[in-house]
Ligand binder design. Structure first.
Ligand SMILES: Nc1nc2c(ncn2[C@@H]2O[C@H](COP(=O)(O)OP(=O)(O)OP(=O)(O)O)[C@@H](O)[C@H]2O)c(=O)[nH]1
Ligand SMILES: [Mg+2]
Length: 214
């Protein structure tokens, strides 16, 4: 449990956008979920918000082809499910088009305060993950790596993958953090909520009492 659980549970669909210009007004703070197709982005969002069907999940890679925007019950705070990258079964022109839109969003969205980079813990740091880390460094964008599907491997290998990814972030001079996660068991959800509460500047009741009494 965290003091912010009810805020995450309040998540609701706002709209799907094909490109940046169709996204909600660019004010406030938002966090985007990025990752290879099938890594588990939508499942992570559903676990985070304690909702089974907020973001669509699928056994078919490449299902999320739009920028899906979700609102929270704190003004102008949003969660964004980005289209997965790296899937094979779509025409190359379509793939290039989606990637261009995604890049435009990542480079030009002013309210974006951090990227949650979701990786399947069994297949971390693939080519596209490396590309995201390069981009994050160039743009000084904080990255929080979620190593998901941790229920599929033992604790020992999970821990060593986490250390490997941490080392990689450090070597690449990326401002970031890493955690393990499971959408199946919910392990790691509190860590993720606390991270996002920090990025999105959520206040606990005690914080706001302090502010009003000062
Ligand atoms: N065991 C297990 N399976 C998971 C977990 N997270 C996701 N999956 C499964 O992995 C598959 C892909 O999950 P999605 O959440 O749809 O992945 P995505 O990254 O949103 O995929 P795209 O939208 O296609 O880019 C689904 O079959 C999920 O049920 C997890 O933590 N544990
Ligand atoms: Mg998805």
């Amino acid at each position: 449990m965290t003091p912010f659980d009810s805020i995450f549970r309040s998540a609701h669909f706002i709209k799907s956008a094909e490109k940046l210009s169709q996204c909600p007004v660019d004010q406030g703070l938002e966090v985007a979920f990025a990752g290879r197709s099938n890594a588990g982005k939508s499942t992570t969002l559903n676990t985070l918000t304690d909702q089974k069907k907020l973001a669509r999940t699928s056994k078919t890679p490449g299902r999320t082809q739009l920028i899906n925007c979700f609102g929270l019950n704190v003004e102008d705070r949003r969660l964004i499910d980005l289209p997965g990258y790296g899937f094979a079964k779509v025409p190359i022109a379509m793939k290039v088009n989606w990637q261009a839109h995604m890049q435009d969003y990542l480079m030009n969205r002013r309210s974006l305060v951090g990227v949650v980079l979701v990786m399947d813990i069994r297949h971390p740091l693939k080519e596209f993950d490396e590309m995201m880390l390069d981009w994050a460094k160039t743009n000084k964008m904080p990255v929080h790596v979620v190593l998901t599907k941790a229920d599929k491997i033992k604790r020992g290998p999970a821990k060593s993958t986490m250390l490997k990814v941490k080392k990689e972030l450090k070597e690449r001079e990326v401002l970031g953090s890493v955690q393990t996660f499971s959408g199946l068991s919910g392990d790691g959800v509190d860590t993720l909520r606390l991270k996002l509460a920090d990025w999105l500047s959520f206040e606990t009741k005690e914080d706001s009492d302090m502010t009003t009494s000062q």
